[in-house]
Ligand binder design. Structure first.
Ligand code: C2E
Ligand code: MG
Ligand code: MG
Length: 704
């Protein structure tokens, strides 16, 4: 009778014992590491990783067991039955995979520990199947109590191993996990071995065609090496995938998703680097080139966002293709780009750089069958001449770009302290304008329009007022162009339309109301719908609404404007041509566009009776109106003499300070018989009003 455990310390090849221990520890480390990362692996790759950990873990148990077996020399011939040996490997891999799969379903429930227990049971099953493969000239008997203890120990340590790996509580948890897994394998193995008693019997023969120690050890080392290498390679592969995903995430953070160009964040990083170089090297120079596309909004409005996106993509590709070393380009907003030029000696090189970029931008762009083109306004600020810190440089480059936008001749402007001061003011206004609508800083004033013969009120024009909290009342001439440039006019215009319609609908006397509309509002695809909504929400009769558009709307895009006007007229509203005579007035446009009224600009009415040129223009406009059967309204009538002249020339309507300045909502309500106003004039401090003595004779004004 031979007690195996007793032999462990005696009849062993210690090199092989050391090899078994090394395999057990390395394999446990790898298994626990792959398992611990399972929770970060995307669901579609998780099963594959569970199997990978199963292969490594299973091979570790199996190899440790058989190397330890080979390390033992019982002093008699012995061998291993090949089928059971192979089966034990299969059980090890399948059982460990199952345990890890269970443990990785969730890290909150006890499935983790259950999976660990399955791991321990697998070690035991593999061990005892493996022991049945052990062939020796004698009979093996088993101690059931020790078998049970070995199974229990394997399961407990397995559960501890996965618990530590799945729910780490300290930075040592993973090490504890590895230790517990190695412990599960070793304790199970040695307790299992001590449960065996072998009675040597020379009559029991070791069958032929069995695996010898040498064959087995070669097999074991080959299998283990193969699995470890496969495991290691797969693990490294997983890490590379994760690293690539991390890099892709980093790329996404720093690049614009539409064009792939660097975004504002990357621009900041690039500029920070340039700035720190500049601080340590006084020869460093760099220039910030701000590019804003011209006519891009029109492409979006007229051809849709897909065409707009395609245009941006094409331009970005061109910009990227035209920069070289020491140059950089980023997309910083809708149609805004910032390019950087460093390592130059003369500013002329920066100019040439900007010219090169501009040249690529203005080339025609084909989007499907559409032949599109955009322009650009470019501003440049260079370090150190135009600023020594990034904030100043960026803002100065912006200012120079705004000057380029305003200029008819220059497309590329360098920052100029004196010239850009005015734009600094505009940018400050633009910033305030962004919040003015939500802050409730806008109000509408209403200016009456009168019949020349009877002097009666025939309608009102809604005029926008901005009550700036610091600057006081800002004139529309100052902020409407900024609202147009920034695109804010669309939301402001919607508010004006809705407010004016609602106001007019509340009047007892059904006067018509005129609302000014900019060319930019008119080209919005949703404009007609907005008008229809304003009418239906306010309940205003469409025939009471008149939209005032300027010649610029017609000139910009004749075909589209005509179509929009036709649809507006279908709604039943009226359209007036505002400021007639100030633009490129074309008689042909008057003939082809269905205007219901022409408003002669006030510059021609000013002292018209004494100015032969103005008088000639006004007379011919009145004749034209008569011929085309379009009523004419003269704007800016301030004196009785001007009114007298217009009366003589058969002008039908007038609007001007002679009859009344634009008045506040309370004042207009007292004229129009709004229920809330109770026919009282409340003179608001904010209104332009000084109620003129000559407004309609029909109303009695009682000062509040
Ligand atoms: P507009 O449409 O030609 O409006 C008439 C302008 O002439 C108003 O100036 C009015 O106050 C002024 N006015 C009227 N009678 C006289 C007069 O007898 N003498 C003088 N010197 N001026 C007179 P306001 O309110 O400053 O508006 C200026 C321009 O701003 C408007 O010209 C219009 O183009 C634009 N605007 C005003 N409100 C809006 C709006 O709600 N939307 C849009 N898109 N533009 C608006
Ligand atoms: Mg007007
Ligand atoms: Mg006008």
């Amino acid at each position: 009778m031979l007690n195996v455990i007793g032999c462990i310390t005696q009849d062993h090849n210690y090199w092989l014992v050391a090899l078994a221990a090394a395999i057990c520890i390395c394999g446990s480390m790898l298994t626990i590491r792959v398992f611990a990362r399972l929770k970060d692996v995307p669901a579609d790759r998780r099963l594959m990783n569970v199997f990978l950990a199963g292969v490594i873990g299973g091979a570790t148990i199996w190899t440790t067991h058989f190397v330890a077996m080979v390390a033992y020399d019982p002093g008699v011939d012995h061998a291993y039955e090949p089928i059971l040996t192979a089966l034990s490997l299969f059980i090890a891999i399948a059982g460990v995979s199952l345990g890890l799969a269970l443990a990785s379903t969730t890290n909150r429930s006890h499935w983790v520990e259950a999976g660990g227990a399955v791991f321990g049971l697998t070690v035991a099953t593999m061990h005892y199947v493996g022991m049945h493969a052990y062939q020796i000239p004698g009979r093996i008997t088993w101690d059931n109590q020790l078998i049970a203890t070995s199974i229990l120990l394997g399961s407990i340590f397995g559960a501890i191993a996965l618990n530590q790996a799945a729910r780490p509580v300290s930075k040592y948890s993973l090490h504890f996990g590895v230790g517990a897994m190695a412990g599960a394998i070793c304790l199970m193995h040695f307790t299992g071995m001590s449960a065996i008693k072998i009675d040597l019997d020379p009559l029991v023969l070791v069958p032929p065609k069995m695996l010898s120690d040498t064959t087995l050890i070669i097999l074991v080392v080959a299998v283990m090496s193969l699995f470890l290498f496969v495991g290691l390679a797969a693990h490294l592969n997983e890490k590379i995938i994760e690293q690539n995903a991390g890099e892709a995430c980093q790329h996404a953070k720093l690049h614009d998703p539409l064009t792939g160009l660097p975004n504002r964040s990357q621009l900041s990083r690039y500029l920070d680097r340039l700035c720190s170089t500049a601080q340590s090297d006084s020869n460093t120079r760099f220039a910030i080139v701000t590019i804003d596309l011209d006519r891009f909004k029109e492409i979006n409005d007229m051809h849709g966002h897909a065409a707009g996106d395609a245009t941006l993509e094409e331009i970005s590709e061109r910009l990227l293709g035209s920069i070289s070393e020491g140059e950089f380009v980023a997309r910083t907003g809708g149609d805004e780009f910032v390019a950087i030029k460093s390592d130059y000696t003369r500013l002329a090189e920066v100019s040439a750089f900007a010219e090169r970029l501009l040249g690529r931008i203005v080339e025609p762009i084909m989007v499907g069958a559409l032949d599109l083109s955009v322009g650009a306004s470019i501003g440049i600020a260079s370090y150190p001449e135009h600023g020594e810190d990034l904030k100043t440089l960026l803002s100065n480059s912006d200012l120079a770009m705004y000057r380029a936008k305003d200029s008819l001749l220059d497309t590329i402007c360098f920052f100029d302290e004196v010239m850009d001061q005015e734009n600094r003011e505009k940018i400050a206004l633009a910033n305030d304008l962004r919040t003015a609508l939500t802050a409730g800083h806008f109000e509408l004033n209403y200016q009456q329009q009168n019949d020349v013969e009877t002097r009666e009120v025939v309608g009102f024009e809604a005029l926008l007022r901005w009550n700036h909290p610091v600057r006081g009342r800002v004139p529309p001439a100052d902020f409407i162009p900024i609202a147009e440039k920034t695109g804010l006019i669309r939301s402001i215009g919607r508010w004006v339309l809705a407010t004016a319609c609602k106001e007019a609908a509340s009047w007892n006397r059904p006067y018509p109301i005129s609302v000014n509309v900019t060319p930019q509002e008119l080209v919005q695809p949703s404009f007609v719908e907005n008008v229809a909504n304003a009418l239906s929400e306010s309940g205003l009769e469409p025939s009471r609404l008149e939209l005032e558009i300027t010649e610029a709307s017609i000139i910009d895009d004749q075909k589209n404007t005509l179509e929009v006007m036709r649809r507006l007229k279908e709604l039943g509203i009226r359209i007036a041509m505002d400021d007639f005579g100030t633009g490129y007035s074309s008689l042909a446009s008057l003939k082809s566009f269905p205007f219901d009224k022409i408003k002669i600009d006030r510059s021609f009415i000013d002292r018209v009776q004494n100015n032969p040129q103005s008088a000639a223009i006004v007379r011919s406009t009145l004749l034209l109106g008569e011929a085309l059967e379009i009523p004419i309204l003269a704007e800016g009538v301030e004196t009785e003499d001007e009114l007298g002249f217009l009366f003589k020339e058969h002008c039908s309507e007038v609007q001007g300070f002679l009859f009344g300045r634009p008045m506040s909502v309370e004042e207009v309500r007292s004229l129009t018989g709004n229920a809330e106003a109770k026919n009282k004039v409340v003179i608001s401090g904010k209104s332009d009003t000084s109620i003129a003595p000559l407004f309609s004779a029909n109303f009695t004004i009682v000062s509040a």
